[in-house]
Design a protein around this ligand. Structure first.
Ligand code: PMT
Length: 399
């Protein structure tokens, strides 16, 4: 996702500066080219050598201190994105008021692209009118401000001011760098399992973690779409920037999908919807009795197949969880449910399907074409899926 992208990481002098080393490693792991700018105060907390080794690149410590005088113009012209992690109250203030007292602030005035800024400081400083006004000014100017987390701070206080973990900022960076080519479209995405109750304490469910569906929602959001995410019970945090609806059962998921269907342009049914539910839900906890017991199940509605009969302008994407004859079965589902595209995964494969961070999928189209993708992170699978969706959309949907 970030391969070949040029990122400048500005580090200012806060106690959380050590986390910047991890961010450099994560950026390098995604093959971004990273140049680090350390302010004078940052160097009290972290050594330039650490950053030079991790970034495998030059580290800049001042306007006049390297072999190249005044490097800010060239650095700004080369970079795709600047991220400041952590940003002190002083940096926030200088950036908000356009001051240029050192290399980092001078660079910010010269740079024309996206800037991600991650304030981290004492909670009272963060909540102060001055800092809040400065952050508002930066937001109005188009800076992407990643709010600090609330928790125990280095000064011993508890409140907002903790620097978010590198993976959170990495996600914001990825989002800032992808093209906003889905702007104007509304995506309805389902994710996770459904839970079908037997009694107040027991239920039938499946192994879906929600990772694949959440990745689709995040990727569509990053590309500028409005996203409604309808999720079964998962342990994942609610993604920011999407309208989030939590459901439990297949019937509840169906109701929410139907409510949001008219306003949707693209529907991606990634949820592992239970095909059956117990016929009877016991109002009281079932007591242990006979050595054997039988439960009768009734079929749940097939939400996707229903949408296939209702669709007007909507583009419908289904998933197919298979354990053999993947292409053949995916094609059958595509026809039977009248969808435009099926994402098929073989759930027996290592690194694919349920719970894994990666997936291995086939994108199967109505006209018989298919595209087999190698194993990749679920977010990257989602991006490839969205490329295919955009291709279909441009080819005639929504007209
Ligand atoms: O959540 P993860 O742990 O990341 O795992 C990802 C995944 C394996 C759940 C995902 O990649 C996946 O395959 N999702 C579809 C699971 C599924 O229910 O497949 P299916 O072949 O049974 O259903 C086909 C399609 O019909 C799916 O789009 C499904 O959402 C939909 N369906 C199924 C049954 C039903 N009653 N209503 C439906 O709408």
């Amino acid at each position: 996702m970030l391969e070949g992208r040029k990122v400048i990481l500005g580090v200012t002098g806060g106690i959380a500066a050590y986390k910047a080393a991890e961010l450099v490693s994560r950026l390098r792991a995604e093959r971004a080219a990273v140049k680090v700018v350390l302010t004078r105060a940052a160097q009290e907390f972290i050594q330039p050598l650490t950053m030079r080794v991790l970034a495998e690149n030059e580290v800049y410590t001042g306007l006049f201190e390297g072999s190249e005088p005044l490097p800010h113009v060239r650095l700004a012209a080369e970079a795709d994105l600047v991220v400041i992690y952590p940003a002190t109250a002083n940096l926030v203030g200088q950036a908000a008021w356009g001051l240029a007292s050192d290399l980092l602030t001078t660079l910010l005035l010269t740079f024309q692209g996206p800037v991600v800024i991650c304030p981290a400081m004492n909670a009272q400083m963060y909540n102060s009118t001055a800092v809040q006004e400065n952050l508002r000014r930066l937001k109005e100017r188009g800076y992407i401000v990643v709010p600090p987390e609330t928790g125990r701070l280095a000064c011993g206080e508890v409140g907002p001011g903790r620097l978010p973990a590198p993976e959170i900022v990495l996600e914001v960076i990825r989002g800032a760098l992808v093209p906003k080519d889905l702007t104007g479209l509304t995506f309805l995405v389902t994710a996770g399992p459904t839970r079908e109750p037997l009694d107040p304490v027991r239920y039938i469910t499946n192994r879906s973690s929600g990772k694949m569906g959440y990745a689709v929602a995040r990727a569509a959001r990053d590309r500028g779409a409005r996203v409604v995410l309808i999720s079964g019970p998962t342990a994942l945090p609610e993604p920011h920037g999407v309208a989030f609806i939590r459901v439990d059962t297949a019937l509840a998921m169906r109701e929410e999908v139907r409510k949001n269907f008219d306003a949707a342009d693209v529907v991606v049914m990634c949820a592992a919807v239970s095909d059956y539910r117990p016929k009877e839900v016991h109002p009281e906890k079932m007591k242990k009795g006979a050595a054997e017991m039988a439960v009768t199940f009734v079929q749940n509605p097939d939400i996707l197949a229903e949408l296939g009969t209702l669709k007007r302008h909507q583009l419908l994407v289904g998933f197919a969880a298979e354990s053999g004859s993947v292409l053949e079965r995916a094609r059958e589902k595509l026809r039977a449910k009248q969808v435009d595209l099926i994402v098929a995964n073989d759930v027996r494969q290592e690194g694919a399907g349920f719970e894994a961070d990666t997936n291995i999928v086939w994108l199967v189209f109505r006209d018989g074409r298919f595209l087999e993708l190698p194993r990749m992170d679920k977010y990257l699978v989602a991006q490839r899926l969205l490329d295919a969706v955009l291709g279909l959309w441009k080819g005639g949907y929504g007209e």
